[in-house]
Unconditional design. Structure first.
Lengths: 269, 333, 284
């Protein structure tokens, strides 16, 4: 009797935990959507921050995220390829693999402070390049991890078939293995992109923010996340509304990219 | 395949990026004149097409940024002494005068109803008074129903010229108070906010709180503010007239780069916590400095209206002329 | 020839993480020198943080932000661990496939929401609730701890779920066959088997929570003062950096690097422990 009661209690508690978790998700999304949608106007997307809109912020945030990806994806993929294809089984690869995972969870503000020291302080101005580097540093470990994992899923038979056909190792990797893991790797890229586009701390003292529309990476660069951080604490209605609008748009973008990634993986399986 | 097109687009985009250069003046610093600078830069942009990007991050950040030449000009409500200016190679001149009000959030107490004596203000911010119904506060407020609730003081989390000017005033009441951009507050319950906006937001949201903010923030947000006892024992409501009365005692001279802390002036009608805010320029950047002075010149001739509307006090014409002469001697006009 | 270049480039990319780690440590350590020399280990116990008026010197001590970081994380873990375990149990053993799948996705979406959103939502919707139920000002250690918990729960739940799923079916089946209840299977079969992964997920989440900035920055109060009451405002290392790094000069900035160094080393140690001892991925 006791055992069954205990069992029931645990089952109820665990269900309750899940309910609590889900409720928070809905609570956050509901309030965000309500505040966000009511704050969005046409001008939110056509104006820059200086005129009460988020146009330059969206462009700025995407620009930095895309450029960061262009740095992080090749490096991350190559590293993942090394770990799985060349260094397979070696102690070194194992250490690097775990080290990279550690970097994945490193505090983002420390990364921001680090990039400030190497790319802002010596040059005497906040700049977009520093922001891009900070984002790339955060993105690389994630790409390494997903590439590594996705390549591991490719059956050895494919590699053996390539070798049997007389292909050189790097050709086999590129044209057979990576191709086979293409979808998984792309998903990894998408998910890490979604992660870094929502980051604030690495940008605070690297690219800072800019209220005007600009594509000049050598100066302060517009950022959606840093703007939300500033606007949210302003006491006037207009700024608060803009902050909610920006927060809503950011969350929708992040969730959409996330769902897109999952959809890709689902189709593959 | 889509990856390839993505890559090519990105490469083309980044190539075009490097070609575009934004020519804008960058400024950082005091949030005290923040709303005014926002109005001025906006109107200046509309009138001349020239972009000025001023980020109100606090006087401390402004001074640091200009010392490191990370910006073209800085705003600071705390003026720098001649020795410091020389060491950091900076020019300095005031742009406008503003005032600091004590805003509060107490149920049932409306704007201008709370009367705070000098002793009460000191007591609140040094922790001697802990509840709204403490004797030292109720003494001047017999007609009000002040609650038996703990006082929350809203202060700045960053290095603030506003704080500097406020502690200057506190120091005049109680010499033990350290004049500082970021003192260690001894009040019982302290909540900090970033820049004037953050403090204003805290006052808005936290019941039974009181904080020091620039007047334009009080007006914009409709926050109530207290009458404050001035040097001559009179209780003054924060109005533009009372600021003007207080500001007229300020003396400016180009000899010390206009160094002046104008708080706690004489005058029966003077509002006690008035303060000037300053612009700092690097001495070696002559061409950029000319652009900044061109902006300030525009503000001096065309910006008085915006200043008055927001509750700031424009500098007297004589001072503006002195500043113009200063620019000429420094060759940055 | 292309093959050799390819291989070398891939090797170099792989070692980048290592060099980055070393580089970050080196830079932090170098910039912290001034503060290290000036304060030494007393920095860890000193509660004063005051810059001189000329901003060149001052007395700085890291006790308050260090304690704030530890306490907010402790509160977060106390709340998050049971809830995350509960969710993991729900997903692996309680829910049917049809329910587990969407709930799993929902939990992962919760993890994807940017931390600044948690901060903003927490400030306007959660802080007032804490204020009306427990008192205080809404912003303070407790609110920051609770929202931090909400942030790390999905992460911990996902890793725990994965760890629990590695339990071989045959072990579970045998236990059920002997008449064990679900709870007993969880307690006596799954938990012991996935103990390593579960502990690892907890430690990993701890490491993450230590470095969390944006959510905590909105909610902890940002005041350099000690905590007497759990609802009191205070500060943490990431929050102090976020708020005051930009305006710091000379010795104060060096002190900030000192704090960043402490945070980095401690998080690294904790996360490494999780990774290398509990969650290390063995090459297949």
């Amino acid at each position: 009797m006791n055992r069954l009661v205990l069992n029931k209690i645990i089952l109820i508690l665990s269900t309750l935990s899940a309910v609590i978790g889900i409720s928070f998700l809905f609570w956050i999304l509901a309030t965000l959507s309500y505040k966000g949608i009511t704050s969005i106007q046409w001008s939110t997307f056509t104006n820059d921050l200086v005129n009460g809109g988020i146009r330059n912020l969206l462009v700025g945030q995407f620009t930095m995220a895309i450029l960061a990806s262009m740095v992080a994806v090749p490096i991350g993929m190559m590293a993942g390829i090394y770990l799985r294809e060349y260094g397979h089984g070696s102690k070194l690869a194992s250490v690097i693999r775990n080290l990279s995972d550690v970097m994945m969870s490193a505090p983002s503000i420390v990364i921001g402070v680090f990039v400030y020291a190497i790319l802002v302080d010596p040059f005497g101005s906040y700049n977009g390049y520093a922001g891009i580097v900070a984002l790339a540093i955060m993105m690389i470990p994630i790409i390494i991890s997903t590439t590594d994992n996705m390549l591991a899923l490719v059956p050895t038979e494919l590699r053996e078939a390539g070798m049997a056909l007389g292909g050189s190792k790097h050709k086999i990797i590129l044209q057979i293995v990576v191709k086979a893991a293409k979808v998984g790797i792309l998903t990894g890229v998408l998910l890490s992109f979604a992660r870094i586009i929502g980051e604030t701390a690495p940008l605070l003292f690297t690219s800072a923010n800019n209220q005007f529309f600009t594509m000049d990476l050598s100066g302060q660069f517009p950022s959606l996340t840093v703007s939300i951080y500033n606007l949210a604490t302003y006491p006037d209605e207009a700024s608060r509304e803009l902050a909610w609008a920006a927060a809503f748009v950011l969350t929708m973008i992040v969730l959409c990219i996330n769902l897109m990634g999952r959809f890709l993986i689902r189709n593959k399986k | 395949m889509t990856f390839k097109t993505l890559l090519t687009t990105a490469v083309l985009a980044s190539a075009s990026l490097t070609a575009i250069h934004a020519d804008e003046l960058k400024g950082r610093g005091a949030s005290f004149p923040g709303p005014l600078y926002k109005a001025w830069t906006s109107e200046y942009y509309a009138a001349t097409g020239k972009k000025i990007n001023y980020t109100p991050t606090g006087s401390g950040d402004g001074v640091k940024s200009i010392k490191k030449r990370m910006v073209d000009f800085a705003g600071s409500d705390k003026p720098l002494k001649a020795k410091k200016l020389k060491k950091a190679k900076l020019y300095m001149f005031p742009s406008v005068v503003g005032s600091i009000v004590l805003s509060y959030n107490i149920d049932g107490v409306k704007d201008g109803e709370l009367k705070l004596s000098r002793a009460a203000i000191d007591a609140i911010f040094s922790g001697k008074a802990t509840h709204w119904d403490d004797a030292i506060i109720t003494k001047e407020n017999a007609g009000l129903n002040l609650p038996h609730e703990p006082i929350t003081t809203c202060v700045r989390a960053d290095k603030s010229g506003t704080t500097f000017n406020f502690t200057y005033f506190l120091n005049k009441i109680n010499p033990d108070v350290k004049i500082s951009k970021k003192p260690t507050w001894k009040a019982a319950k302290v909540v900090a906010g970033k820049s004037n906006s953050g403090v204003s937001a805290n006052i808005q949201q936290i019941k039974n709180s009181i904080g020091y903010i620039e007047y334009s923030f009080k007006i914009k947000l409709g926050l109530p503010a207290a009458q404050i006892e001035n040097k001559e024992g009179k209780f003054i409501n924060p109005t533009v007239q009372s600021f003007q009365d207080g500001a007229k005692y300020a003396t400016w001279t180009a000899d010390n780069d206009f160094y002046a802390v104008i708080g706690d002036p004489e005058g029966a009608t003077s509002y006690p916590i008035v303060a000037a805010t300053f612009i700092l320029l690097p001495t070696e950047k002559t061409e950029k400095n000319k652009e900044v002075t061109a902006f300030i010149e525009w503000a001096f001739t065309k910006g008085d209206k915006a200043a008055s509307e927001l509750g700031y006090v424009p500098l007297p014409t004589s001072t503006k002329d002195e500043i113009r002469k200063y620019w000429e001697t420094k060759k940055i006009k | 020839m292309g093959g050799k270049l390819f291989r070398n480039f891939s090797f170099f990319s792989a070692t980048l993480s290592f060099f980055l780690l070393v580089g970050i440590f080196a830079i932090l350590f170098t910039y912290a020198q001034e503060a290290l020399a000036e304060f030494g280990f007393d920095f860890l116990l000193s509660e004063t943080w005051e810059a001189d008026e000329d901003d060149e010197g001052g007395i700085f001590g890291g006790y308050i932000p260090i304690i704030g970081t530890l306490l907010s994380t402790l509160i977060a873990m106390t709340i998050a661990v049971p809830l995350a375990m509960g969710i993991a149990i729900f997903l692996t053993e309680v829910a049917s496939e049809n329910i587990a799948k969407p709930v799993s996705i929902a939990i992962e979406l919760l993890a994807a929401i940017p931390s600044i959103i948690y901060g903003m939502w927490g400030l306007f919707y959660f802080a007032p609730i804490v204020q009306s139920t427990v008192g205080g000002n809404g912003v303070g250690l407790l609110t920051a701890g609770i929202v931090l918990a909400i942030m790390i729960i999905p992460f911990m739940a996902a890793i725990t779920r994965d760890a629990m799923n590695t339990t071989p079916h045959v072990l579970k089946e045998s236990a059920y066959a002997m008449g064990a209840t679900k709870f007993e299977v969880i307690k006596d079969v799954i938990m012991p088997y996935s103990k390593g992964g579960i502990i690892g997920s907890i430690i990993l989440a701890l490491g993450r929570a230590l470095g969390e900035t944006m959510a905590v920055a909105f909610l902890i109060g940002s005041v350099m003062s000690t905590v007497k009451n759990v609802t009191d405002p205070t500060t943490s290392i990431p929050v102090l950096l976020a708020n005051n790094f930009a305006e710091a000069q000379d010795l104060e900035m060096s002190s900030m690097y000192y704090l960043a160094l402490i945070l980095f080393v401690v998080s690294f140690a904790i996360i490494s422990t999780a990774k290398f001892y509990f969650l290390g991925r063995k090459p297949k």
